[in-house]
Design a protein around this ligand. Structure first.
Ligand code: NI
Length: 155
């Protein structure tokens, strides 16, 4: 088995909060990432695909093709966006680095022309990252996340 990885970077804003917590608790739990109007991160995404090299091409997956799929399924949707509002497949999800890994996996699953998705690694900063290998994880959606933030912003 051979593992190939494509790396991609994007910048996005988010606000971490749970609409059922009080403001004080959100502040305590999510700290800087609870900033009212959101704040930005320079994310680095690594997607690893495993498989056997094709005898005719030597590829597990054509990395140019993988780049195009990543752009279409993830990067074009999240780059320079606010993750709480702008991204259809993230609506209602608390956009932690952990949850983003799971959501990105779900976007990519079934889209690869060859090989199997092996790992999603996402750096939220130089020091903080999450790895996901596709084990079952329930991605909880809080429909009030976008609504409540909008109410607060307009008040
Ligand atoms: Ni943050």
């Amino acid at each position: 088995m051979v593992y190939v990885t494509r790396k991609a970077a994007f910048s996005a804003a988010h606000r971490l909060f749970n609409p059922t917590f009080t403001d004080e608790k959100n502040e305590r739990v999510f700290d800087k990432c609870n900033n009212f109007y959101g704040h930005g991160h320079n994310y680095v995404l690594e997607v690893t695909v495993r498989g056997l090299p094709d005898p005719e091409t030597g590829y597990v997956i054509d990395l140019k093709r993988l780049k195009d799929i990543l752009d279409e399924c993830i990067i074009d949707k999240v780059d320079h966006k606010h993750l709480n509002f702008d991204v259809d497949f993230l609506l209602g999800i608390i956009p932690t680095v952990e949850n983003l890994c799971v959501a990105f996996w779900q976007q990519l699953e079934g889209r690869l022309p060859s090989g199997e998705l092996h790992r999603i690694r996402l750096f939220e900063s130089e020091h903080n990252l999450a790895d996901y290998h596709g084990e079952p994880v329930e991605l909880v959606r809080w429909p009030a996340i976008a609504e409540r933030q909008f109410e607060g912003a307009l008040a």
